[in-house]
Unconditional design. Structure first.
Length: 559
């Protein structure tokens, strides 16, 4: 046990004395010391219940012969911070979560880790840390919130964001908006649609770091406690067998995760996060791999934000193993080991589908012949960008640019009715370095949908989108404006063309003369974590990580 270095021998008596002050005994210290890395917080429903859930994880560890040590990380709630300066902290928090778990585990020489995650960035942040540490590890997702009910329909936080735009456009009354606000989020759990949290929960299961059947149990369901205890027991089994993430988090496993995102019409943030996990693992994964997998993977799950169902509906339908069975049968997955000890194909074959369920389709009855996102390149995105195509009938859009240098300007313009049908809204200087922190655009995209412009305008940005976003939206444009990327030089009226079939994002303008004299903007934050992040962060095309292997490309701007 690596923990012996901190607890065993005469010279470690001071360490043992301090550990015994917490109530531990010699018998406890003789066992493997297992970290329970929690992401609990009172600031939002997604992680609100994780303190209780962790008690069951610890019970499982104890029953299996380990001694658990729980510690916590910071959390930033996207849904609460959205549309404000606070949203810049969201992606930054992914790195802080990863760093804090790594530091706490290395700082105590723990022998194994169970990470308990909830909202968007805590899932990839936890997996990034587990990849770095390469100890026997399991990631447990706290589960989805139950849907709210408004005027006879199931609703999520997505409907609240869109209602803000509807209210501003006079389509909804303020009274109805308040009623929706009071009904949309009935309790603990992460946002209910296939937004980023549930998307990354799915990806974690398909890449094998979470056991099949655990993550999809809703946050407040009675079965969740048993799954948490199972994860505690499971990590001890992994420890005994010396099974580490590096033995199963391969490129094939990550491509299985990409296929699960494509098949469920999941959040485009998964591109950013899976790429970041690959960078931590040293796996050679590129944007072209995402497009290749998505292009051949049909959408087979009818999920919000563009479809009908939410995460608890999938649980009732039979869970993720049903999706795995469909994709396996269509030869769209590679058999890979998982933390459960079973392979992904074995888990798929054990699927127990609910008779008559309507959530998961087959490949032959797919909702779309291709996956939920595509990777574009072109004169506006030399390094690439991501377009969400799930639920979007359009594959082509061309129109004049309506340019904004920050999100708030765009939101005010939408609310004031200044954005018109046919426009291509451009929001720049909101990339990883430029914002800094690459905020999501749900406030703007929700306002566009709510104002009835969802199918009539397109939006492109060097920032990113919430998983709750739908419509013709292109994000992660790289290089970003702050690095001198082409998006920095677009002007109002320039004609922008988005061509999904040909994977192109172009601008019909000669940008070269506009580059002359360009200098990098003075950073908004000159000290603290945001300043540090802006100096270290890579391009979105490399996962927006704060370190890169030497072989990775150096972002370049317009020449």
């Amino acid at each position: 046990m690596q923990s012996d270095r901190i607890k065993k021998g005469l010279n470690r008596a001071p360490a043992r004395a301090m550990l015994k002050a917490t109530g531990l005994t010699d018998e406890d210290l003789a066992k493997p010391l297992v970290a329970v890395a929690n992401t609990w917080t009172e600031a939002g429903p997604c992680n609100f219940h994780l303190r209780d859930l962790a008690t069951h994880v610890k019970e499982g560890i104890r029953k299996a012969g380990g001694t658990p040590f729980e510690f916590n990380t910071i959390v930033v709630s996207d849904g609460i911070s959205m549309g404000t300066e606070a949203m810049k902290a969201s992606l930054v928090s992914r790195e802080v979560v990863a760093d804090s778990i790594e530091v706490a585990v290395r700082g105590h020489l723990f022998d194994a880790v169970v990470a308990v995650s909830g909202c968007d960035k805590t899932i990839p942040g936890a997996i990034m840390a587990l990849a770095r540490l390469d100890l026997p590890s399991v990631m447990l997702y706290g589960g989805s919130i139950m849907p709210g009910h408004f005027q006879g329909k199931d609703v999520t936080i997505q409907e609240v964001f869109e209602a803000v735009g509807a209210c501003a456009a006079g389509i909804m009354t303020e009274k109805d908006l308040r009623e929706l606000e009071n009904q949309a989020c009935p309790g603990a759990g992460a946002c209910g649609g296939q937004f980023t949290a549930n998307t990354m929960s799915t990806a974690a299961t398909f890449m094998g770091i979470s056991p099949m059947g655990a993550n999809e149990v809703p946050a407040t369901h009675p079965a969740k406690a048993a799954q948490a205890e199972l994860c505690g027991k499971l990590v001890m089994d992994l420890f005994e067998k010396n099974v580490r993430p590096s033995s199963f988090l391969t490129k094939a496993a990550l491509e299985n995760a990409i296929a699960s995102v494509a098949a469920t019409g999941g959040s485009t943030n998964a591109v950013l996060h899976i790429m970041a996990i690959a960078r931590e693992l040293g796996v050679d994964l590129e944007l072209a791999d995402f497009d290749r997998v998505s292009a051949k993977t049909p959408i087979i799950v009818d999920f919000k934000p563009w479809g009908r169902f939410v995460a608890n509906d999938l649980f009732e339908a039979g869970g993720m193993s049903v999706i795995a069975k469909r994709l396996k049968d269509a030869q769209l997955l590679t058999d890979s080991p998982t933390v459960s000890g079973k392979t992904l194909f074995q888990e798929a074959e054990a699927a127990n589908e609910t008779a008559g369920q309507m959530v998961v389709k087959t490949a032959s009855t797919a909702l779309s012949p291709r996956g939920g996102f595509a990777i574009l390149h072109g004169s506006l995105a030399p390094e690439g960008c991501v377009v969400k195509v799930a639920g979007n009938a359009k594959q082509f859009f061309s129109g004049p640019a309506c340019v904004f240098d920050e999100e708030d300007e765009a939101f005010k313009a939408v609310q004031a009715g200044k954005v018109k049908a046919g426009d291509v809204v451009v929001i720049r200087n909101v990339g990883p370095k430029g914002a800094p922190g690459m905020p999501e655009m749900l406030a703007v995209t929700g306002a566009l949908i709510g104002a009835g412009l969802g199918g009539a305008v397109a939006l492109i940005t060097d920032g990113r989108f919430s998983g709750a976003t739908h419509g013709f939206m292109v994000g992660h444009i790289s290089p970003e404006a702050a690095r001198g990327g082409p998006i920095a030089f677009v002007k109002d009226g320039d004609v922008i063309t988005i061509d999904v079939d040909n994977r192109v994002l172009n601008v019909d303008a000669d940008l070269a003369p506009r580059v002359s004299g360009w200098t990098e903007k003075e950073p908004l934050y000159k000290s603290g974590v945001f300043a540090k992040y802006a100096q270290l962060v890579s391009s979105a095309s490399d996962g927006a990580v704060t370190w890169l292997p030497k072989k990775s490309r150096v972002p370049t701007g317009v020449k």
